[in-house]
Design a protein. Structure first.
Ligand code: NAD
Length: 435
């Protein structure tokens, strides 16, 4: 099956090409259905990068939770066909329940294209619902209730070779985008951050707590109940990608400090793996993947001959690096939990970070074994030395998300592997010998 076809957009709203972007996308395409957005009372969640790996799974969970969504994606690392699959999955879900599906709108555009962003956001304004407006208060309000921002480049190795590309998209893009959101009074923001912000603190081998990396001075009690004060800053970030995530957090923290109307939740993902149980959404980047699971899949499908294992002399049970793998559907649901907590006022206004991880570590060899048993295939390994910048163990302390967002992981590593094999059966031809 060709899962990369660009000709299969059959959205409920038509998509047409409207203007040429000056940035690195070919064109900006604006959804132009006949729905009268100005006259409608519907509210939406804006998802930037919503066709990517984590974004697409989050969009599906948003739909299932009843949210109308607006996706902005420039397809720099995703395919338009993901939209069709997303829409079909949503429709099947609601058809079986005999319920109407929430709205889903797609704009193929670069989020750094200021004119396009203003045009898109301009379509989602309505007269202010508050009858008593204060002097000088805006007469229009946005029907975008909140934003989830996935749009970024994410390859560590590429970021080392092309740092400016990363700072331009991930950092400069965010600054401009937040200014535009500000002007539309859209101030609930969920940001895709990463455990990479913990830098060399991860080397301690201790479960990582949010207080290990803060942006303002913060007091907390440690595991022995001793009150400690941390100063803002980071330690030992090893690459530009990691620095972009830390910088974005710092910028958002400053923004929320300056304007208390902003609620910013920075979700620090640990290692997302797996895919939707249907096997119809998955991790399918345009470029060569660097994350463990898609690399394993390349070996399973015969694209790569062996799986390189970097380091077998770490102080872990089997010597290979240990990570906190989290099923992408659990991760996606973490975003729904974060939005719900923000909308219900269960999290304080301002900037707050949350670890999204399981709290359990699995080694590279655990993953290999789990994939081998889910796929009934053997994965040839090539043992190499440690890779520069890697840490031996990186596991979350997910208590804050559990307590404040009422969220925790539910799915096991075995489930991740089973679901990935479904995706593989749907879209790729396995080429490995059966064990
Ligand atoms: P992805 O590359 O699959 O998805 C990102 C999406 O954003 C893609 O669809 C891409 O086309 C789009 N995009 C990029 N730049 C854009 C721009 N300027 N305008 C519009 N769209 C743009 O990546 P992912 O794995 O889904 O990651 C999503 C977010 O989570 C990223 O911010 C990433 O840094 C962060 N994150 C990912 C992981 C991981 O292991 N996958 C771990 C920690 C954090």
């Amino acid at each position: 099956m060709d899962n990369h076809s660009d000709s299969d957009v059959s959205s409920q709203r038509r998509v047409h090409s409207s203007s040429v972007s000056s940035l690195d996308t070919q064109s900006t395409e604006i959804d132009d259905s006949c729905e009268d957005l100005q006259g409608s009372d519907r509210e939406y969640i804006l998802v930037v990068g919503g066709l990517g790996y984590i974004g697409s799974h989050t969009c599906l969970e948003l739909l299932k939770s009843g949210y109308n969504i607006v996706i902005i994606d420039n397809l720099s690392n995703s395919f338009r066909s993901v939209y069709t699959r997303l829409e079909n999955l949503g429709r099947n879900y609601f058809d079986t329940r005999c319920e109407p599906m929430p709205q889903i709108h797609l704009y193929v555009s670069d989020y750094r294209d200021e004119a396009a962003m203003k045009q898109i956001l301009g379509e989602y304004v309505r007269p202010h619902t508050s009858p008593q407006l204060l002097e000088g208060e805006a007469r229009l309000e946005s029907r975008i209730r909140g934003v989830i921002h996935f749009g970024a480049y994410k390859s560590v190795s590429e970021s080392i070779q092309q740092p400016l590309k990363y700072y331009a998209n991930n950092v400069a893009g965010l600054v401009e985008f937040c200014s535009i959101l500000n002007s539309f009074q859209i101030k609930t923001f969920v940001f895709s951050s990463s455990a990479t912000v913990y830098g060399s603190i991860a080397n301690s081998g201790m479960p990582l707590r949010e207080e290990h990396c803060t942006h303002q001075e913060e007091a907390f009690s440690d595991h022995e109940g001793v009150t400690k004060t941390v100063l803002g800053g980071c330690t030992g970030l090893t690459n530009p990608y990691g620095r972009t995530k830390w910088m974005c957090e710092a910028i958002l923290s400053d923004l929320a400090l300056a304007d208390p109307e902003w609620t910013v939740l920075a979700l620090r993902y640990f290692n997302p793996v797996g895919c939707d149980e249907s096997g119809l959404l998955g991790e399918d980047p345009r470029g060569v993947p660097t994350n463990l699971m898609p690399v394993v899949l390349r070996v399973l499908t015969g694209i790569s001959p062996v799986l390189d294992v970097f380091g077998t002399d770490y102080p872990t049970a089997d010597g290979t690096a240990v990570r906190d793998f989290i099923h992408v559907t659990d991760l996606a649901r973490g975003h729904i939990a974060a939005l719900a907590a923000a909308f219900d006022g269960r999290v304080p206004k301002g900037f707050r970070t949350y670890n999204l991880g399981s709290g359990k570590g699995h080694s590279v060899l655990d993953v290999v074994n789990a994939v081998e048993s889910a796929s009934s295939s053997k994965i040839p390994l090539r043992i190499l030395g440690r890779r520069e910048g890697d840490v031996g163990s990186c596991v979350a302390m997910p208590k804050r998300a559990e307590t404040e967002l009422d969220w925790k992981t539910e799915k096991s590593l075995e489930t991740c592997c089973r679901d990935v094999c479904n995706f593989l059966d749907n879209f790729k031809r396995p080429a490995m010998p059966v064990v």
